[in-house]
Design a protein around this ligand. Structure first.
Ligand code: PLP
Length: 392
């Protein structure tokens, strides 16, 4: 089918809840995607970080192919080795937590919020979340997402949510009362514009949750699985959360979500309290195991730290050339370029020149390339961005 024929199908049969770029993608390999018009695009935002170790990583593909011949899906009426092994691999890399598997980031956050309520119980029901956060699109996750534009048209949202400015310790302290069940934040706000939590803020959340017997939830859907150069974003700080949620890179391109909780808290989810039909699916778990193995075998955490620094240095050099760039921020390969004016045109022109990046909150360009990207590929991306900025 031609590009236009596919777009026509969407116009007629697919609900228009996304603003799509006018390209039809046919395949992907590593840092590149290919379209119907013969275009090859350097992908610095692969699957919104779902394809975080590159498109069609051979190890993930092989694991899926192997498992597909054995068993595609088994429900949670029984045990499967793959689900148990993936939980063990995650637990060993975090805080010895126990896992619940689902299919997306929003579902992982729903599970975390439910668990916090049933665990704290006795009159505790409120959640504190941060302005500019993003936690997903289901009703509770949307309500937790403290951005008015994401609620527009869907009111009334759920009761019991308190919104505080991000990184503001005083505001957090004032928002607390003994009805708070949980605080949920992202260690680095992704969709909110790559806003990095300060160490003081993280410590304050831990302290206030302990003091008020509330649960500390970190939404690591975007920061998790190595994106920041450590397995999980919280590991850059001197705190341990009670619950983390994961998705995106966890499946390397396959739909999977996970909520990991400290064992004493996890114990509140007894049979009948929560479930997911597809959760712990064999293909998804096989992919998740392969992702973790690939990250370790190919030293991707170290690469993410080193190449992340390399990319940030290069971007800071661009900053000295172009006054539209205000500053660069982020950790590892989760990089934001704060502009002084809107970035849509830049994203469009980069794509026309063969580079995919993202723009969030109007003025923040987002770079989140595969964690195995090379310095040479970063150079190509910077060169395209340089040319685009020159013309603007
Ligand atoms: C993407 C994202 C979500 C939502 O994940 P879905 O899989 O789209 O439900 C939640 N939290 C954060 C931090 C995200 O980046």
């Amino acid at each position: 089918m031609t590009t236009q024929e596919v777009i026509n199908l969407f116009d007629k049969y697919v609900i228009g809840n996304y603003s799509r770029l006018p390209k039809v993608i046919t395949r992907g390999k590593g840092c590149y995607i290919y379209d119907t018009d013969g275009g090859k695009i350097l992908d610095m935002f692969p699957g919104w970080a779902v394809s975080g170790i590159g498109h069609c990583h051979p190890k993930v593909v092989k694991a899926i192919q192997k498992q597909a011949k054995i068993l595609l899906h088994m429900d949670n009426t029984f045990y499967t080795e793959l689900q148990g092994r993936l939980a063990q691999l995650l637990s060993d890399r975090a805080f010895g937590g126990k896992c619940f598997f689902c299919n997306s980031g929003a579902e992982a956050n729903e599970a975390a919020m439910k668990l916090a309520r049933i665990y704290t119980a006795k009159g505790k029901y409120k959640y504190i979340t941060a302005l500019g956060s993003f936690h997903g699109r289901t009703f509770a996750a949307m309500t937790a997402t403290a951005q008015p534009k994401k609620h527009a048209g869907f009111e009334p949202v759920l009761p019991g949510f308190i919104y505080v400015p991000f990184n503001d310790v005083d505001a957090l302290q004032k928002a607390f009362d003994n009805e708070v069940a949980a605080v949920m934040i992202e260690p680095i706000q992704g969709e909110g514009g790559i806003n990095v939590a300060t160490p003081e803020y993280m410590s304050a959340i831990r302290h206030l949750c302990d003091k008020n017997q509330a649960v500390m939830i970190l939404d690591e859907v975007q920061t998790g699985m190595g994106r920041t150069g450590k397995w999980f974003g919280y590991q850059h700080y001197n705190v341990e959360p009670d619950i983390i949620t994961l998705a995106k890179t966890l499946g390397g391109g396959v739909a999977i979500g996970a909520m990991m909780a400290k064992p004493n808290i996890a114990a509140s989810f007894t049979p009948g309290t929560h479930a997911s039909t597809f959760g712990g699916n064999c293909i998804a778990c096989a992919a998740g195991i392969a992702v973790i193995e690939a990250i370790e075998e190919e030293n991707m955490l170290q690469n993410t730290q080193e190449i992340g620094q390399y990319a940030a240095d290069k971007l800071n050099q661009l900053k000295t050339k172009y006054s539209i760039i205000d500053h660069i921020r982020g950790k590892g390969l989760m990089i934001g370029i704060q502009l002084k004016s809107p970035g849509v045109e830049i994203v469009k022109n980069c794509l026309a020149a063969g580079l995919r990046i993202n723009c969030t909150q109007d003025t923040v360009l987002r770079f989140m390339p595969p964690m195995n990207i090379t310095a040479k590929q970063i150079d190509s991306a910077i060169k395209i961005l340089d040319n685009v900025l020159k013309d603007i």
